[in-house]
Design a protein around this ligand. Sequence first.
Ligand code: C2O
Ligand code: CU
Length: 566
Amino acid sequence: MKLKHLIAIVLFSVAGYNSFAQYNNLVIPDTISGTTFNLNLKDTFKQFLPGNQTVTGGINSDFWGPTLLFNKGDTVHMNVHSYMNDSTTVHWHGMHLPAVMDGGPHQIIPPGTVWQPYWLVTNQAATYWYHPHLHQMAEQQMTTGLGGFIIVRDAEEAALALPRTYGVDDIPLALTSRNFDATNAFLCCTRAYGDTGMVNGTLHPQVTLPKQYVRLRILNAEMERGYNLGFSDNRSFYIIANDGGLLNAPVSATRIKLLVGERAEIMVDLGGDAVGSSIDLVAYNAGQEFGFGGGEPSATGNFGSLLNNRNFNVLHINVGATTAGAITSVPATLASNTYLTTADATVSRTVTVTDGTPGPGGLPFQFDHTLYNFDTINKTVVLGTTEKWTVINNNVFGHAFHIHDVEFKIVSRSSHPVGAYEGGWKDVFYLQVNDTVTFVAKFNDYADPIHPFMYHCHFAPHEDGGMMQQFVVVDATGVGNTEKPSGDFNLYPNPAGNKLNISLTDPAMQVYYITITNSQGRTMCMLPRPQLGNGIDISAYAPGVYFLQLTDEKTKQSMIKKFVKE
Ligand code: C2O
Ligand code: CU
């Protein structure tokens, strides 16, 4: 690039960002509600910039995916169809569910197949999300745009006078950034931070919000950058929810830090603003402590970005007319969570951040000098146990620590007292440099000796680089892995039309997993713990020979039977 152009870009970005005249209207993702959710993952494209379209990954859309509305207590059924060219996974971040449904690196969805997990929603009302989790491909696949929000609703939240009209006074905001190359393609994955910010896939976004209290459900969907958020007039706002549920009471703040993967729901009062006026949601990222992702001073290079170590606008908010039924105050109390304490824990563990030496021959970040290995179970948790995990980081840089399966309570931090802003149920936290963070979690409900849950740094380059480990939750009563399945199974009718039925010769036998492959060995569908009452829908299959592999729940032994589709 010619120096003249480089200077023009730098000047534009320094002088121009705050006064960017041409805003784009914020995309509000569509919603899906009910108990059956059809998600179609595909390689697609979107017009981000003048000229070439950008190749993207979309879920029922050209970037990002629909917001899934779950009700606590419902059993939700997902039909995840992949029309992509590469294998992927879809992880339900923050959901408490069986590991075989979790969508971590082990629940691979090959191209052209459907994966059908389902689970009982036990999470509290809050903002969750879903995203790919294929090992060493997470950054690349998330960069394309694959992901989406999950909003859980429950009776406790519904009883409160909170803004909850989606897209009107209740707005999901997925904050991220990208780098485009000269042909408008996304650049991945040599630079950790994008030069161009976006919200819900909208560049330079603006939104009109009503003159009243509005609720923003903010997700840091970055690869590595942190956000220190506030409003351009420094007004206070209320934090009402952390990652995994409402706080007991709203917490007043003028700034909130969100690291990668973290969510916060905030309420901000626009009731005193004139209709037609505007304010900005701003990332006050200048001058952060060392180790805050995106605080590095450089504008270029692998850890540089035009947005680094500076304040930049995230979302331009225009104030519009008050709506009927406007929320005009914040409830004084929100929830009655009883949090876990250190005294509840009967098992203690430590995890220490190691390695991460920069430069040629340097090692990637790891936990306890152990890189992620697909076949290694790093920790075994006994079902029903409350555990205290201490995560130690006296090393090189900050991180965003995340664990699957549970929402936890942070009980101590060495860097500063645990703030009220992070006093609720969490599943990701900011692990600063020279910080030791202790959390307490209870591992209930889902024992599975085969499929592990992950814990990892949510910085995608760190996760992909091996800063991830896995644990299984086992039932203390144990399972015998050497016995034979108690029964056999039959497929009928065979040949089959649109439905294939399974009968088990021992009614006590339970099915752990079913995989159907065609005669070329291509996977057609994966059914974790299938409910077999209505048979399996094979109407989309071409006529021919197929193989159904059934894995027994108790022994985890597999049996294969052939069937013919007419
Ligand atoms: Cu948001 Cu292991 O993931
Ligand atoms: Cu990290």
